[in-house]
Design a protein around this ligand. Structure first.
Ligand SMILES: NC(=O)c1ccc[n+]([C@@H]2O[C@H](COP(=O)([O-])OP(=O)(O)OC[C@H]3O[C@@H](n4cnc5c(N)ncnc54)[C@H](OP(=O)(O)O)[C@@H]3O)[C@@H](O)[C@H]2O)c1
Length: 249
């Protein structure tokens, strides 16, 4: 089940949080994994070390996915290291929440540049190397199922990613490349700690109340669905976006 032996993967934003768990899980299933990071060299090195301790192969590659030159370099360095590419996980994202009146052009561009343009640039860079049987997985958010106040930019960026997932599935299906998405629910990550979400008792309670499973997710709750979507077991699955959210609505 879910054997990724012989496959090669790139996970963007894998120095921490959900991306780190995805990178480790793909490696545990047998893939050789590029751990992309933007600023957290230490975090990326720790993920690579954990993979290697388990007998896997991995490298860390710095790069800002929102810059075309960086996206191309991430892919070419990964190809130089591992020789081929089968799996691209567009996980890197930034999130911040603002009332409509407080939204600045800079905040808009920051989130759309990383969350939307970054996924597009990485996919464009990866396509020349993705073989038949290849798989792209875009990380969206269950937060867009019932978008809350303050989430204009973030939810907008994730709605865009969901539409891109379905568009790419239609466009790349004839080339034998599957494209799917996942929508994590509220998950305890460094990003949520940085934002102060985890310290806001009312916010945490509201998110848990909306989660039938009755708790915050952990990155390890999210990663196995990505492993499945990347594997040949999901060979007849494309254009789908799976909520991985403990039932969050
Ligand atoms: N946590 C949640 O509750 C939740 C819920 C739904 C969806 N999601 C989605 O899940 C994904 C991961 O979220 P998370 O909570 O794990 O985030 P996180 O803890 O904030 O980690 C974000 C990762 O993205 C990387 N990154 C940021 N900007 C980048 C850029 N320009 N280029 C390359 N990498 C960049 C960061 O790298 P550096 O640290 O090296 O800068 C880090 O590795 C995101 O797509 C997010 O929208 C999260």
């Amino acid at each position: 089940m879910n054997d990724l032996g012989g496959k090669v993967a790139i996970v963007t934003g894998a120095s921490k949080g959900i991306g780190a768990a995805i990178a480790k899980s793909l490696a545990r299933a047998g893939a050789r994994v590029t751990v992309n990071y933007a600023s957290s060299r230490e975090g990326a090195d720790a993920v690579v070390a954990a993979i290697e301790r388990n007998g896997g192969q991995s490298i860390a590659i710095q790069g800002d996915v929102s810059l075309a030159a960086d996206a191309q370099r991430i892919v070419t360095q990964a190809i130089t290291a591992f020789g081929s590419l089968d799996i691209l996980v567009n996980n890197a994202a930034v999130f911040d929440f603002h009332a409509i009146e407080q939204i600045t052009e800079a905040a808009f561009h920051q989130q759309f540049n990383v969350n939307v343009l970054g996924a597009l640039l990485m996919t464009q860079s990866a396509l020349p190397y993705l073989r038949r049987g290849g798989s792209i997985i875009n990380v969206s958010s269950a937060g867009i199922l019932t978008p809350g106040p303050g989430s204009t930019i973030y939810a907008g960026s994730k709605a865009a990613i969901d539409t891109m997932t379905q568009t790419w599935a239609a466009e790349l299906g004839p080339r034998g490349i599957r494209v799917n998405g996942i929508r994590p629910g509220a998950t305890e990550t460094e990003g949520n700690h940085r934002l102060g979400t985890m310290g806001d008792i009312a916010m945490v309670q509201m998110l848990i109340d909306r989660t039938p499973a009755g708790r915050f997710g952990q990155p390890e709750d999210i990663a196995p669905t990505v492993v499945f979507l990347a594997s040949d077991d999901a060979g007849w699955v494309t254009g789908e976006i799976i909520n991985v959210a403990g039932g969050y609505r």
